[in-house]
Design a binder for this molecule. Structure first.
Ligand SMILES: O=P(O)(O)OC[C@H]1O[C@H](O)[C@H](O)[C@@H](O)[C@@H]1O
Length: 547
């Protein structure tokens, strides 16, 4: 048995889970007229309402006791102060240092990393302003019009998600395009519309060894040199963001064109570093700083709010409750805001790459489900696709509903219609429709008793499906910073409570290593190692039919 499940609070929660499974969410609302006030928290820019989650005051207390028995405050302190809590890689976890607007000294191996962070931010600012003002000139003396950001995973999802979220605020200065997939279709279609003389490439890779990114970067260089011809012009059109200065130099990128990050920044937590350069190029440096400020506010909230008012901690506890105790193995992210359409993809990496593990700190196999499957899309589109299953399927999927009060662009009645759907869905998922209501409805529609009997079970909605609602004032730079930081700290708390090392990703390495061996087999017939008959057969079939 793993150590978490031996805690008194864990065992108490298991008993509560058995009881709560028998109680409908509707009954919880009926019993407690103050439920909304009791189970919601407001911080600047955001209302967090978890009253439609399957908890009561007793469960909440037990969950908070669990967090306390897991020493959450001590672990939080360790993270913020730069202790090497990513112990499988012997690294600090300091994405919070990248947005520490108070400049609190933070030491890693005796060095104050805040100085490095500020130096790099200053370098980014100068560069961004040069490019955006037209002072940075390409090899024929023209200003930059298009930025192509090449990177994958954490070096793509954060910047692209934030870029899309804030596109409404962009001016005409620059266009930003993202290339993440090694499928040549993506880079070919991006480059097809661009002018070599006015295109700037940002190659983002923490390691600068990720094969897909390196392949895309090399194709970009080939495309560029196809017209520009001379190697020396690369310095005017290629910049890199990486920890690996040897590799960036070997690739041919001038040192002054390299923006640094550090090994204490995890890829999926890196958009606050120079990995966010494309965001700053697109929206201006002030907007990038506003994102950092929003996140810093949430860092302060996370450090100082009492546990029962601490939104990231509550988010984590609800996830653990739903997943490890109530047995809901999936979690939907449903933004009712087109600007946040990439949030589900971003959080898939954030949560699943961080906590999708099966052993605890001591390396013992845990007895509980760790991370749920994270998925989703914009709510309205989802309503016309998979919500049938959310309402009537026999798998219960807790969902985060996210919307803004002020739309980025107000068009007629659109926003009120959008939000009425948000409120309707969370209400319907909670209350459902019982046999009595269905019968009354069908009777009112003039159906016969036989017809009613035939239809009854098909029309019953059990309800009792837990949701959290987040209402943002508006999707702007600060709010995007706040929202992402809330989820980051949720992921951290989830990891501590589940005793999961959230900051490595060994599971990704396995497939990566194998792919590079198979690549050699595809290119030059070398057999690197024996395969199972399926893999062997697929490779042979591919080679035989590949023209
Ligand atoms: O930034 P890079 O070193 O190119 O890494 C890009 C991505 O590579 C892997 O897939 C990791 O699992 C991700 O966490 C990382 O973000």
């Amino acid at each position: 048995m793993s150590s978490r499940s031996q805690l008194a609070s864990w065992q108490a929660l298991q008993q509560s889970a058995n009881k709560m499974k028998e109680i409908h969410l509707k009954e919880l609302f009926a019993k407690d007229s103050k439920r909304f006030e009791q189970f919601s928290v407001h911080i600047p820019g955001l209302l967090f309402d978890y009253s439609k989650q399957h908890v009561d005051r007793n469960v909440l207390q037990q969950l908070i006791a669990l967090a306390e028995q897991c020493d959450i405050a001590r672990w939080r302190e360790k993270m913020f102060s730069g202790e090497k809590i990513n112990f499988t890689e012997n690294r600090a976890v300091l994405h919070t240092a990248l947005r520490n607007r108070a400049n609190t000294a933070t030491l890693v191996d005796g060095k104050n990393v805040i100085d490095d962070v500020n130096a790099e931010l200053a370098k980014m600012k100068v560069f961004v302003e040069k490019v955006r003002s037209g002072e940075w000139l390409g090899y024929t003396g023209k200003a930059v019009k298009d930025v192509v950001a090449i990177g994958v995973g954490g070096s793509n999802l954060g910047p692209q998600m934030a870029t899309e979220a804030l596109a409404a605020y962009a001016d005409e200065t620059l266009k930003v395009h993202y290339v993440s997939n090694v499928d040549g279709v993506q880079i070919a279609s991006v480059l097809a519309g661009l002018d070599v003389e006015t295109t700037l490439f940002v190659i983002s890779s923490k390691t600068f060894t990720t094969s897909e990114t390196m392949t895309n970067a090399q194709s970009a260089v080939n495309w560029f040199l196809g017209t520009a011809q001379q190697q020396q012009y690369i310095a005017k059109h290629f910049v890199a963001v990486s920890t690996n200065l040897e590799k960036t130099a070997a690739f041919g990128i001038a040192d002054e064109n390299v923006f640094t990050m550090w090994d204490w920044v995890g890829g999926r937590f890196s958009l606050w570093s120079a990995i966010g350069l494309p965001i700053a190029l697109y929206l201006g440096f002030d907007a990038f700083e506003a994102i950092l400020e929003g996140a810093f506010e949430v860092d302060e909230h996370f450090k100082t709010a009492p546990n029962e008012q601490n939104i990231p901690l509550l988010m984590a506890l609800l996830s653990v409750w739903n997943t490890s105790f109530l047995g809901h193995k999936s979690q939907a992210i449903l933004p009712y805001d087109q600007a946040l359409h990439m949030l589900p993809a971003y959080l898939q990496q954030g949560e699943m790459e961080s906590n999708g593990k099966h052993v605890n700190f001591a390396g013992e196999v845990v007895s509980y489900t760790t991370v749920p499957i994270i998925w989703g899309m914009t709510g309205i589109n989802g309503q016309h696709a998979f919500y049938q299953c959310l309402h009537q399927g026999n798998v219960i999927v807790p969902a985060d509903f996210i919307a803004s009060i002020e739309p980025q662009i107000d068009v007629g009645q659109h926003h009120d219609i959008l939000l009425s759907n948000f409120f309707a869905q969370t209400e319907a998922m909670m209350t459902g429709v019982d046999a009595e209501q269905v019968t009354a409805d069908l009777t009112a529609k003039g159906k016969s008793p036989v017809e009613i009997t035939e239809l009854l079970n098909h029309k019953i909605h059990q309800g009792n499906r837990p949701t959290t609602s987040m209402l943002l004032d508006k999707v702007d730079a600060k709010t995007v910073g706040r929202l992402i930081a809330l989820y980051e700290h949720k992921i951290f708390c989830q990891g501590i409570i589940l005793e999961i090392c959230s900051f490595d990703q060994w599971g990704v390495e396995l497939g990566k290593g194998l792919a590079s061996k198979i690549e050699a087999e595809l290119l030059d017939d070398t057999i690197t190692h024996p395969h199972d008959s399926s893999t062997q057969g697929l490779i042979a079939y591919y080679k035989q039919h590949r023209k």
